[in-house]
Design a binder for this molecule. Structure first.
Ligand SMILES: Nc1ncnc2c1ncn2[C@@H]1O[C@H](COP(=O)(O)OP(=O)(O)OP(=O)(O)O)[C@@H](O)[C@H]1O
Ligand SMILES: [Mg+2]
Length: 543
């Protein structure tokens, strides 16, 4: 029930007097009639709204009210007129210079002696700054909260990467954090393939397994997702299907409207993207969402990079183990085909020697002994060759050029090439052991690859020391074949094949440059260029 005691009882005169009394108030105090005509205007009002009393007295009050607020304000006046209690409320008003300000306002009824309501007294205070501070505070606490989500995700992702084999969990956690940060219904993370033209990994969050199954195969990275891989800036779209790059959704795809795509970059390379769709409770994603997800994106970049390194390391290690196995098997074959054959042959001749000797056939005995000793000598040579091969002593003993001559000759015989030449200008030249080993191993693997994959007849190895830029001597290595050729980009993606990758690593460890060029049908060319490192003097041979 409205109570009259709630409202001030003032006559028109008293209203004026009252206004005069509070002339000095900081608040805006405005008296007006029931018809909304202003009849008093204090200095506070002048200060807050910018008009002086002469400009406004006698005018209807509505020039202060934003048009869309007018009905609301009229209802408040009506309620006060009816004697209802109206609490302090906040609204916006327009100042003389056209600014919108937030005011906190109280309205009371002005009554005559009979208690009839004859007008209103409004008291308003400019709370714009307070409001802005509140919003700033909210923004701050949101950004603190966002940072917490980002850091927590970064930590969790680091653990994921170390503990899981595939790292898909890590990607899923990042996508999930992006979803939280941006208030999206669905999130996904795509990892770009090495050539940056498609996606190798695509994880989603927000879809039920049934929904995911119904959608069918993962996107390949065409349409909007592909478009995003080519740009380094975030992309916000209000309605996905209206975007020029959209290729539409497959059937059974849940409806997706608003979209935020954030590229995950490391330097200039786009490693992948975060995709967010369907902003909750609102039409579109905002710039603040974009910034929050971008911060996460830089952590995601580190995660993806680590993941790639780890995958590569794992495949290198398993490649090494495989190589070791292969080497063991090769040693077994070599022992069987080489050493064992010589020893057996020698044994057989020595047996014949004994028989011939005890039969008194000294001629034959002499020949058999000769043969037996010859095979034994071969066996010694062969065993030395084996030891050299295992410990790569050839390189230490013969130097790079000498060891390569031996290697090329051996591979030629083994692979059955008709033509294998080695051209070089480094006879007798010795280098740093690491450099010699790197060059040797790169050439060795390139020759093995030719033998295994190229079906070539002709092979050429060129090894030249030349003066490079800034008078820096460089050692360049080129292994060329005229075999079936291949597509280097495809080979780079073979995860369990470590030959080419190993070459890249070896060369980069020596600060060199590496390049493979090949096309199907045109053979292949492997090139490595190393800065020359001289042999250290104290690296003299230790027996
Ligand atoms: N000279 C070449 N001619 C034709 N194809 C080649 C040649 N060199 C490499 N390749 C192709 O590149 C792929 C990758 O080579 P890489 O040396 O990395 O692995 P791999 O030889 O298959 O296995 P690994 O070296 O790990 O034992 C090969 O599988 C082959 O298809
Ligand atoms: Mg290989």
């Amino acid at each position: 029930m409205p109570s009259r005691a709630d409202n001030a009882k003032l006559t028109a005169d008293q209203l004026q007097n009252m206004a005069a009394l509070i002339e000095a108030s900081d608040d805006a105090i405005i008296g007006k009639t029931l018809d909304h005509v202003i009849i008093s205007w204090n200095r506070g009002a002048e200060r807050i709204y910018g008009y002086n009393a002469q400009e406004v007295l006698g005018r209807p009050i509505w020039f202060l009210t934003p048009p869309e607020r007018r009905i609301e304000v009229e209802e408040v006046y009506a309620a006060v007129t009816r004697g209802e209690r109206v609490d302090r409320f906040e609204t916006s008003r327009i100042t003389k210079d056209g600014r919108f300000i937030h005011v906190s306002m109280v309205i009371s009824a002005a009554r005559n002696d009979e208690g009839q309501v004859i007008g209103h007294l409004t008291l308003s205070r400019d709370v714009t700054q307070e409001k802005e501070r509140q919003q700033e505070l909210a923004r701050l606490s949101e950004s603190v909260e966002n940072r917490r989500v980002v850091l927590e995700t970064a930590n969790r992702v680091a653990l994921d990467i170390l503990s899981s084999r595939t790292g898909v969990e890590a990607l899923r956690h990042i996508a999930d954090a992006a979803r939280t940060l941006s208030g999206a219904q669905y999130a996904a993370l795509g990892v770009a393939s090495a050539d940056g033209k498609g996606l190798t990994e695509f994880v989603t969050v927000g879809l039920t397994p049934a929904e995911e199954a119904a959608i069918g195969p993962r996107p390949r990275g065409v349409g909007v997702l592909g478009h995003l891989l080519t740009r380094s800036e975030p992309l916000r779209i209000n309605t996905l299907q209206e975007h020029p790059s959209s290729t539409g959704f497959p059937p059974n795809h849940p409806p997706m409207e608003s979209f935020l795509g954030v590229p995950i970059r490391r330097g200039d390379t786009v490693l992948g993207s975060l995709y967010l769709t369907n902003k909750r409770n609102a039409g579109a994603f905002t710039e603040a969402d974009e910034l929050a997800v971008l911060a996460l994106g830089s952590h995601a970049a580190v995660a993806i990079h680590n993941l790639q390194m780890l995958t590569r390391q794992r495949s290198l290690v398993s490649g090494l183990i495989r190589a070791q196995e292969e080497e063991r098997r090769a040693v077994a074959y070599d022992l069987h085909d080489g050493l064992t054959q010589f020893v057996m042959a020698s044994h057989a001749h020595l047996e014949s020697f004994r028989r011939a000797h005890s039969a008194g056939n000294e001629d034959k005995a002499g020949r058999e002994l000769e043969q037996g000793l010859r095979y034994l000598k071969e066996a010694v040579v062969e065993s030395r060759r084996l030891v050299n091969g295992l410990r790569s002593l050839a390189l230490d003993d013969l130097g790079l050029a000498g060891a390569l001559e031996q290697l090329v000759a051996e591979e030629k015989a083994r692979a059955g090439w008709t033509d294998a030449e080695l051209i070089h200008n480094i006879a007798e030249r010795r280098y740093d052991k690491g450099l010699e080993a790197a060059a040797y191993r790169v050439i060795q693997e390139a020759l093995t690859n030719i033998r295994k994959h190229a079906q070539a007849k002709q092979v050429r190895v060129v090894l030249l020391e030349e003066m490079g830029e800034m008078e820096r001597p460089m050692l360049s290595v080129e292994v060329r074949d005229w075999g079936v050729g291949f597509v280097p980009e495809d080979a780079a993606r073979l995860e369990d094949h470590v030959g080419l990758q190993g070459m890249v690593e070896r060369v980069s460890l020596m600060d060199g440059a590496f390049e493979v060029t090949s096309k199907p049908g045109e053979g292949a060319r492997v090139r490595a260029t190393f800065p020359v490192i001289e042999a250290a003097h104290d690296e003299e041979e230790i027996e």
